[in-house]
Design a protein around this ligand. Structure first.
Ligand code: SF4
Length: 498
């Protein structure tokens, strides 16, 4: 059996980092971990090829080669997924689709032969058996959230490492919280499931054996969802990293209550974590309560962010405007918070009702849903009727984005954030993201010579050299990522689309 695994193209969003990747000479941020895992679940005798359309096109000869096409997608890839399915069906191929978009139960799924709802570990073995007996079914629905010890080491052999800026792995699925707008608990459940330390380290060892060094994104939606297990993992992870000369630096996502746990922060830092993405959402307590995000109301959010930064982790943050409880000055309050928190990479989105979330169900009951979300958190399109005047909300959002990604504002936050890192934190390694000289010269050429805001860049570079010299590589990485976010923001057109 010849299997073609296809990851459709992502649009240009925050997480694509498309405008930053060219500095580094990379084509995409991360390889498609879900498909690498699916590949590892297939029988050894099956031939497989991976086409990640974010690094290369899907050609007719690739489709012709295959007996079956397995394609995946997140909500934001839904149109690209539909096109892939249509093309492969036009070639007369059997097509199966799965992944988060399919799992959240859209009524308008592409016309594939087989649809996988839920996690593949519990459905793929049955499909393989049915396929071999000629009895494959149109729908395979996982009836449980499988334990992660069923998850194999991803098939890293399929990855073109030269094309990616970072490599993704996963430690846990699920989150114990219940934020109203979030689809993670709907897809993966509220009881976090984790891999054992030995299992995760086996994955890292497999990755190390490929020769990859540098950035590894642990893609969990909440890495500390099961703190007890994470406490067991971190010392083993740190020991493995030390034994191998710290080959990887980790980035992950976590809930803000990480700040309550000194031992956990220290353990993450020692294991090689350098950045964490926090779902902060809003400084307005009534909006947090409305969103059932009570874990963010237990302590000062500014103090929590500062504490994590002072203990050696750079903080990226997710923010939302458009809650029913948002006051009229929400935009100014968000700007003020983002400034004071010294979070350079602040990803602000308009509230969207994702399919099958609590928010989606509430708005449906209230008759306020307009259309299915695009899943693009940089989009200015509203998919429900907000309490605030929609025109005011969209204009306030666009103005907020233009403010926080104005070069002077952004560079100031970047310097402030680097100053908060402890002096004894080891300097960034000379491997991985944006550390090469070629990347440095590309950044200087683009931001220091071609960019109309080049004076701000030179001021920033001077500050980075004299105020935070040990963090110079980080400063250049932030400049490149800030450029990506600024370029996205400048792309907002008059209709409010990006
Ligand atoms: S903490 Fe994050 S992952 Fe967990 S439910 Fe809330 S938004 Fe979702």
């Amino acid at each position: 059996m010849k299997v073609l695994l296809v990851n459709p193209q992502f649009p240009n969003t925050y997480w694509s980092f498309r405008h930053a990747l060219s500095f580094e000479g990379k084509r995409a941020a991360f390889p498609p971990l879900g498909l690498l895992t699916v590949s590892a679940l297939l029988p050894d005798t099956w031939e497989r090829r991976l086409i990640d359309m974010n690094i290369k096109p899907l050609k007719a000869r690739d489709i012709e080669w295959a007996d079956i096409v397995l394609a995946t997608g997140m909500l934001v890839q839904k149109e690209a997924l539909r096109q892939v399915v249509d093309r492969c069906k036009a070639h007369g191929k059997r097509v199966a689709i799965g992944g988060p978009y399919v799992t959240t139960g859209s009524e308008n799924l592409p016309a594939a032969d087989h649809i996988f709802i839920g996690e593949a570990e519990s459905t793929l073995p049955l499909f393989i058996e049915d396929l071999e007996h000629g009895t494959a079914q149109p729908v395979y629905r996982a009836t449980e959230w499988p334990p992660l010890d069923l998850t194999p080491v991803p098939d890293f052999d399929l990855v073109d490492f030269e094309s990616y800026s970072s490599i993704s792995i996963q430690y846990s699925r699920g989150c114990p919280f219940h934020c109203e707008f979030c689809d993670i608990t709907e897809i993966y459940g509220r009881v976090p499931r984790t891999k054992s330390p030995a299992q995760l380290i086996a994955e890292l060892e497999a990755l190390r054996q490929t020769g990859w060094r540098g950035s590894v994104f642990i893609v969990d939606d909440n890495f500390i969802g099961n703190k007890r297990q994470v406490r067991l993992l971190l010392p083993e992870l740190a020991a493995w990293q030390e034994r191998h000369g710290m080959p990887f630096t980790f980035l992950t996502e976590a809930s803000v209550n990480l700040a309550e746990d000194d031992e956990l922060i220290e353990g993450m830092r020692r294991a090689g974590f350098r950045s964490v993405f926090l779902g902060i959402e809003t400084p307005v307590e009534s909006s947090l309560r409305e969103a059932h995000k009570l874990q963010n109301t237990r302590a000062s959010l500014l103090d929590s962010v500062r504490k994590i930064q002072l203990n050696g982790l750079q903080v990226m943050g997710g923010f939302i405007v458009g809650f029913d409880s948002d006051p009229v000055d929400i935009f100014e309050r968000q700007i003020d918070f983002i400034r004071k928190s010294a979070i350079p990479l602040a990803m602000v989105g308009l509230l969207n009702a994702l399919p099958d979330t609590q928010l989606w169900r509430r708005l449906k009951r209230e008759g306020r849903l307009i259309e299915e979300s695009s899943g693009d958190n940089t989009s200015c399109a509203l998919n429900f009727i907000p309490k605030m005047d929609p025109a005011r909300l969209v204009e306030g959002y666009r103005s907020l984005m233009r403010t926080i990604y104005g070069p002077a504002e952004f560079y100031q936050r970047a310097i402030d954030s680097l100053k908060r890192l402890p002096a004894n934190l080891p300097a960034s390694s000379h491997r991985g993201l944006f550390n090469g000289l070629a990347a440095f010269f590309r950044i200087v050429f683009k931001l220091g010579l071609l960019d109309r805001q080049r004076l701000e860049f030179w001021r920033y570079l001077t500050h980075a050299l004299f105020i935070t010299p040990r963090r110079f590589a980080d400063a250049m990485t932030l400049a490149a990522m800030g450029y990506h976010l600024r370029t996205l923001t400048e792309g907002f057109n008059d209709e409010g689309e990006t």
